[in-house]
Design a protein around this ligand. Structure first.
Ligand SMILES: NC(=O)c1ccc[n+]([C@@H]2O[C@H](COP(=O)([O-])OP(=O)(O)OC[C@H]3O[C@@H](n4cnc5c(N)ncnc54)[C@H](OP(=O)(O)O)[C@@H]3O)[C@@H](O)[C@H]2O)c1
Length: 296
């Protein structure tokens, strides 16, 4: 049996689907049974637990030969680092207590750095804690910048006719579709075995800048010449709060953006066949961005 944290989410949903396709027995974990139903209807066992609850997680992991683990985002947490520390403590204790032999852990490019990377610092600490769990084989999948981060731009394109953000227009970003992360994680979980603790980067199909993205979105939604506008952090903060983020989350994301802009937070691996994934930015825009843009 393979247990999946965040099974109703972007990456966890793909992991669960792929494992069910392969005929695996899976236990899907989330806070809400209703949101897990599409998976239970396909034969998954649902386990309702909160990732901050170590005892509940240990039960959820009981008997698992492998676990897909992550720190689910909590954008409204008043203290995001404290929330992340609570989750990484609970995941570590539960994996230890249940004696899980193998884990695939969602991490991020930049998780090698000990600080100044916003929410990625919390994932760095998760990796460090798991490194201390004897007998656990773990792969930390250090994924690039999610293409899904572009979806909140729908409002900016619609209402202001721009793509806007705090990242440099020309910054090359290893952008990845979450479906490709889920597929890579499922492949590892189905593989005969890996040993030790290792970090592997997943860098998307190619590097892409916000300037290029704005141009591609413009063409795809019938707004040729759509531009990217870099805005000062001060201007974006109110919009982040309006989107439901706590001050702590907004500050963390702005710190992460600084780390990306300065080149401090950057992929370590040269691009290769093994860290390159199939979904292009053009495919993501056509299949995910445009339908949502048109549905609004
Ligand atoms: N955005 C990026 O560019 C980027 C890049 C690299 C890495 N990452 C990392 O990717 C991760 C997010 O992955 P994702 O997009 O697959 O996540 P997601 O789509 O936000 O899904 C999170 C899942 O966790 C569940 N969940 C939320 N809070 C929970 C709680 N307290 N207890 C139990 N379950 C909970 C949610 O289901 P319920 O609500 O039903 O419980 C949901 O299924 C984060 O760790 C982030 O740091 C992000």
């Amino acid at each position: 049996m393979i247990a999946i944290v965040g099974a109703s989410g972007n990456t966890g949903g793909v992991v669960a689907g792929k494992l069910l396709d392969a005929g695996e027995k899976i236990r899907v974990i989330g806070r809400n049974a209703g949101r897990l139903e599409p998976l239970t209807q396909r034969g998954a066992e649902a386990f309702v637990a909160d990732v901050t609850d170590a005892a509940a997680l240990a039960k959820a992991f009981e008997g698992a030969e492998a676990v897909y683990a992550m720190v689910p985002p909590n954008i409204s947490a008043p203290d995001v680092p404290a929330y992340q520390a609570q989750v990484s403590d609970a995941l570590t204790a539960a994996l230890k207590q249940a004696g899980v032999p193998k884990a695939v852990v969602l991490s991020s490019v930049g998780a090698d750095k000990p600080g100044k990377t916003g929410p990625v610092t919390g994932i760095h600490h998760l990796e460090e804690k798991l490194n201390g769990v004897a007998g656990l084989a773990a792969v930390y999948l250090r994924a690039g910048y999610f293409m899904e981060n572009l979806l909140p731009q729908i409002g900016a394109v619609r209402h202001f006719g721009v793509v806007a953000g705090v990242l440099r227009a020309d910054l090359p970003l290893p952008m990845i579709a979450t479906r490709d992360i889920g597929a890579a994680a499922a492949e590892l979980l189905l593989a005969p075995g890996f040993t030790g603790k290792q970090a592997r980067e997943l860098l998307g199909q190619r590097d892409v800048s916000y300037a290029e993205i704005a141009s591609l979105i413009g063409t795809a939604v019938g707004k040729p010449g759509l531009r990217y506008q870099k805005v000062p952090a001060m201007m974006l903060r109110p919009a982040m709060k309006q989107a439901g983020m706590s001050g702590s989350m907004a500050d963390g994301l702005l710190e992460m953006s600084e780390a990306l802009n300065s080149g401090y937070m950057v992929a370590l691996e040269p691009r290769s066949e093994s860290n390159t994934t199939p979904t292009s930015i053009e495919t993501f825009i056509a299949e995910e961005f445009v339908p949502r843009f048109q549905a609004r």
